[in-house]
Design a protein. Structure first.
Length: 401
């Protein structure tokens, strides 16, 4: 068996999936959570409907990784005899900046470079480096590890798309620019879509709408990202569960001053207390917003209208940027499941050649499926994302398997 362990590490969690790449099935998945707080492991073996939960102390990422090894190799949830059966480990890394434009093998130098980028992604990159060091310590010597970056796919954007109108030295010295995120997902779904359409991705202009708790929209021209809605950080773009999306920078400094916020407090305000949650006062979850809309809640209707309007505007602007579009795709928790959002976004878009089969759209949830009408100039699709699978595929490609 060709086994790849995919790791997605945060500051207090270590999510994992063990994939059998012979048939791309998931052997086990779970999360070692609450690292540095107390500790909890949740381990699942989908083929046996097996679920294991345990509280256990994780002072650091090393103890969490040791537990991950234990649940994979011992007890009722065991799926392998030893970690030496694993061909490689693939790590999801949020920020690769301009240093990494593709996946690569992990070395000490690579870990140091990822850690050095922590200033650009303080919540993510340092924990990634901690997990990489823990993994290196715990894994059998010589197990290849690969890092796959959320930003790498967007490194093909031209400067006119990624630069901000700030003084040039802020780019040169502080590395302030649009990086874009969700790159692994946008790459995976645009490839899947091309295959489903029976076309080469190189011949397609796609607007990829990844709509979830975090949302980003990307213009994919010939398989390459040419523009994307998230920016220097994943806060930019459209409104999200708890993130504001784009706000006039003067409004940011004004609100900061009026509330007496420090820069950190303002960042927390826009990242954790805004978006669906802050606007609707109901929830950060799209399902709750949709339900409140049905009950006539005005703030929920406003939130929902804003989301749909902002997505529409991105589709329009990316059609202009790419001189037309061949397909629009919806992915992520909202994109794959919410027919309401898809229907509202595609309403009154005939000018762009977008027309969906409403009845069909209402019946599609989490399935790869075309939802546009046969006569529509632009195809509209629902395309399920699977970032872990693409990380595992990239990992095998880097180690040459
Ligand atoms: P993600 O971050 O991709 O897991 O997406 C989470 C978002 O997807 C949340 O806002 C959920 O409310 C939304 N979502 C998940 N399932 C559904 C559904 N059946 N209908 C509407 N929204 C959904």
């Amino acid at each position: 068996m060709n086994l790849v362990l995919v790791v997605n590490a945060g500051s207090s969690s270590l999510k994992y999936q063990l994939l059998n790449m012979d048939d791309e099935s998931v052997l086990a998945k779970g999360n070692c959570d609450r690292i540095g707080i107390d500790g909890h492991v949740s381990h699942k073996v989908p083929s046996r409907d097996y679920v294991f939960e345990q509280d256990c102390p994780f002072p650091t990422h090393t103890e969490a990784f040791e537990k991950l090894v234990e649940v994979l190799t011992t007890g009722d949830g065991k799926v392998i005899d030893s970690m030496s059966e694993i061909s490689a480990v693939g790590h999801r890394i949020v920020q690769g900046a301009e240093v990494f434009d593709k996946a690569c093998l992990v070395t000490e130098e690579v870990i140091d470079k990822i850690d050095a980028l922590s200033e650009l992604a303080p919540v993510h990159n340092h924990p990634h480096a901690l997990a990489l060091r823990a993994c290196t310590k715990v894994l059998p010597k010589g197990t290849p590890q690969v890092v796959v970056f959320d930003t790498a796919f967007h490194q093909t954007m031209p400067p006119k798309a990624y630069m901000f109108g700030l003084p040039y030295e802020d780019y040169k010295e502080l590395h302030v620019r649009k990086y874009g995120f969700h790159g692994t997902s946008h790459r995976f779904v645009s490839q899947s879509l091309a295959e489903a359409m029976g076309k080469d991705v190189k011949d397609l202009k796609i607007v990829s709408c990844h709509l979830g708790n975090g949302s980003s929209i990307t213009a994919v021209d010939g398989g390459k990202s040419v523009d994307t809605s998230m920016g220097f950080t994943p806060l930019d773009g459209i409104i999200m569960g708890t993130r504001s999306g784009a706000v006039d920078p003067s409004a940011v400094t004004y609100v900061m001053e009026k509330h007496g916020f420090t820069p950190h407090e303002m960042s927390q305000y826009m990242n954790k207390k805004s978006g669906f949650l802050g606007l609707s006062k109901i929830s950060s979850d799209n399902r709750d917003i949709q339900n409140a809309c049905l009950e006539g809640n005005e703030l929920a209707i406003l939130t929902s209208d804003m989301l749909q309007y902002q997505i529409k505007k991105y589709i329009g602007s990316y059609a202009a940027a790419m001189n037309g579009i061949d397909a629009v795709l919806f992915t992520g928790g909202i994109g794959e499941n919410s027919w309401e959002v898809r229907e509202a976004v595609c309403e009154n878009m005939e000018y762009f050649g977008i027309k969906i089969d409403k009845e069909l759209n209402r019946s599609i949830r989490g399935k790869l499926r075309k939802i546009s009408t046969p006569d529509a100039r632009v195809e509209v699709w629902v395309v399920p994302t699977n970032e872990e699978l693409l990380i595992a595929r990239d990992t095998l490609a880097v180690i040459g398997k």
